[in-house]
Ligand binder design. Structure first.
Ligand code: ADP
Length: 625
């Protein structure tokens, strides 16, 4: 089993270095072929052609090539296995390989005929290989060494210090001793060597530059892609919530992350429009974030930003127009990038990224933060509008609460007086008077319902409701209680009222709230179901949710009314036609309560067929001790 598989060079190095290592692997593969070729050619020339060569030396050279190639292969694999990150190791390995090759090449040339060896031409392959793998300077150095080596062999063979192997019979027997031939060959060898080196180096240099360009391009493309993704994610993150604090918090985090800086903040203009308060910050000390407001009249930089410009402050220490340069330096901030947050109609504030390095931010960063700020401004404005709406809603609820509260006691008094009158305690009534008082009582009762509903609705939205104490409520028992309450009205309308309940379903809620939910749904089901119909209240548990279904065979709800059903005061036209009285508040209150208890409500209905309301609430799961 392989303990540690060699990793791909791309996984360790940059693209350029990885390319060098890959080329080296390619060179090793090529060398197997060279070694085998030397052995093959030796056998062919010495055994088949019976040329007067020293077969032993030539076989030796072939074996040597294969042997050192095997060693280099092992070293390369080891380096990659060990995750060797120092490129100098690879560079050295390359030089060693090429050095060995050139020695082998020189020996091969000597044993195959010196200056007359046809193998001499193979040197030019090596020039190309060296130019690919090594720097121009080293390649020229190798070319010079090759020339010196060949020159040395030629001179030594000329002088008789080295034996000359002649493969051309009588025709070539004395050529290596002809000065003109030796000088001519050496001159052409050397000049061809240098011209070939020059050409190979120049071409390769161009290729390397291109490659570097491609690498840079691909890196900047990758950066751009990442940033684009961040803008998209930021847009998605900030628009997925309407809570202002959350929007701002996500924005500062995202921006700091994508710009690779340690801190980011958002400041928003206050109502006076003259100062900017910190609304969110990330990565800044509490002391710095709270150091004070930015005042427009004292801060030209902020004025420029609010006018719609993104500004890079390259060095906080020397920049002009900053309000708190000393605080920034003490915080370790050396450069800043500020982009405007502009709403549909006016400037909202600014987003600012901070770096601990001088001149950290590039124009590209500026463009990026501007884009984030643009997306962010929309989200901030939406969240602000939502917050304002919430405030308005709260004000409305308070108003309704006060008014209805004031109405409650007079209406109670009116109803109790009416009851007294109708009971005849204030004297007997004739038929007409009784009839009129009955109608007044009916109206007064409706008024009482309306007041109760309005109070419930307003109470649900008040702060008190948010803080109310929740208890464990047995949903199955609560249903039974409410259904019992409606048995008589159901019988009067000859409606079959059934329950199908799972037992011991516990939820966290308020008794009163659950009662109200059930009361509204069951009373509606009976109210909107004609005589002889059926109403079923079912309770089941699926996973950790309780499903309460109230199904009737009543008048149903028109499709176009469904989206408005839970709005305050909404009543469907068919319901209005059937039941004159109705507040249209019951379902709004129900939905409010269900949401408060962590659940949701949905409705399915078909006109003339019936309706099912489904309430889903989280149950309390008792863990075994
Ligand atoms: P109200 O019953 O006082 O009109 P609600 O808020 O309880 O007010 O209900 C709002 C509207 O929803 C009703 O006016 C009616 O149009 C529709 N609705 C509610 N429950 C049913 C039901 N079981 N069957 C048909 N319509 C219903």
């Amino acid at each position: 089993m392989k303990a540690n598989a060699a990793r791909k060079p791309e996984a360790i190095f940059g693209l350029v270095e990885a390319e060098l290592i890959n080329s080296m692997a390619w060179l090793i593969n090529l060398r197997w072929l060279a070694g085998v070729s030397v052995l093959g050619a030796t056998w062919f020339t010495t055994t088949l052609l019976r040329l007067p060569l020293d077969a032993l030396w030539l076989y030796g050279i072939g074996v040597a090539i294969l042997a050192y190639n095997a060693i280099f292969r092992v070293i390369l694999t080891r380096l990659l296995q060990r995750d060797q990150r120092d490129i100098r190791h690879f560079d050295f390995l390359t030089k060693a390989q090429i050095g060995c090759d050139w020695m082998a090449m020189t020996a091969l040339i000597h044993f195959s005929g010196g200056l007359l060896s046809p193998a001499i031409l193979y040197f030019f392959f090596h020039v190309v290989i060296a130019a690919i793998l090594l720097s121009a300077r080293v390649t020229f150095l190798y070319a010079a060494i090759a020339t010196i080596l060949i020159g040395t062999i030629a001179v030594l063979e000329y002088a008789g210090a080295l034996p000359h192997y002649n493969i051309y019979g009588a025709a070539g027997a004395l050529l290596h001793r002809q000065p003109l031939f030796v000088i001519g060959m050496l001159f052409f060898f050397a000049s061809t060597m240098f011209v070939a080196t020059y050409l190979a180096v120049t071409l390769n240099d161009r290729l390397r530059k291109r490659q570097a360009q491609v690498v840079e391009l691909s890196q900047s493309l990758q950066r751009a892609y990442y940033r684009l993704q961040t803008v998209y994610e930021a847009a998605e993150a900030v628009t997925s919530t309407l809570e202002l604090e959350e929007v701002l918090d996500r924005l500062v985090r995202r921006a700091a992350d994508a710009l690779n800086v340690r801190a980011c903040s958002i400041r928003l203009l206050d109502e006076t429009g003259a100062r900017l308060n910190v609304a969110a910050s990330y990565g800044l000390s509490e002391a710095y974030a709270r150091k004070g407001d930015l005042l427009l009249d004292q801060n030209p930089l902020v004025r420029q930003v609010l006018a719609g410009n993104t500004i890079i402050t390259g060095d906080v220490a020397t920049a002009e127009g900053l309000q708190y340069p000393q605080h920034a330096l003490a915080e370790g901030i050396r450069s800043m990038l500020s982009a405007p947050l502009i709403g549909k109609q006016k400037a909202l504030g600014l987003i600012r990224a901070y770096s601990a390095e001088v001149n950290h931010f590039t124009p590209e960063d500026a463009e990026f933060l501007t884009a984030i700020a643009r997306e962010g401004s929309i989200a901030i404005e939406n969240a602000m509008a939502y917050r304002a709406l919430g405030k308005l809603d709260e004000m409305k609820s308070k108003f309704v609460l006060t008014v209805t509260h004031e109405l409650r006691s007079p209406v109670s008094v009116v109803r109790s007086l009416l009851r007294t009158l109708l009971a005849g305690y204030a004297g007997s009534l004739n038929e007409q008077q009784r009839e009129m008082l009955n109608r007044v009582q009916y109206r007064a009762d409706f008024l009482q319902t309306l007041i109760d509903d309005l109070l419930d609705l307003a109470a649900g939205k008040s702060e008190l409701a948010q803080r109310e104490e929740r208890v464990v409520v047995r949903l199955d028992e609560a249903i039974e209680r409410v259904v019992n309450r409606f048995e008589i009205p159901a019988q009067e309308k000859q409606i079959g009222l059934e329950t199908r309940l799972e037992r011991e379903v516990k939820i966290s809620a308020t008794e009163q709230g659950i009662d109200r939910i059930l009361n509204n749904l069951v009373s509606n089901a009976i109210k909107y179901t004609p005589q002889g119909g059926r109403v079923l209240v079912a309770l089941s548990v699926e996973r950790n949710w309780a499903h309460l279904r109230v199904t009737d065979t009543g008048i149903g709800i028109p499709e176009e009314s469904l989206p408005h059903l839970f709005e305050e005061f909404y009543r469907a036209p068919n319901a209005k036609a059937q039941e004159k009285e109705g507040t249209g508040l019951g379902l709004a209150i129900t939905k409010d309560l269900v949401t408060r208890f962590g659940g949701h409500i949905s409705v399915q209905s078909q006109v003339g067929q019936g309706t099912t309301f489904t309430v889903t609430l989280p149950i309390i799961v008792e863990l075994p001790i």
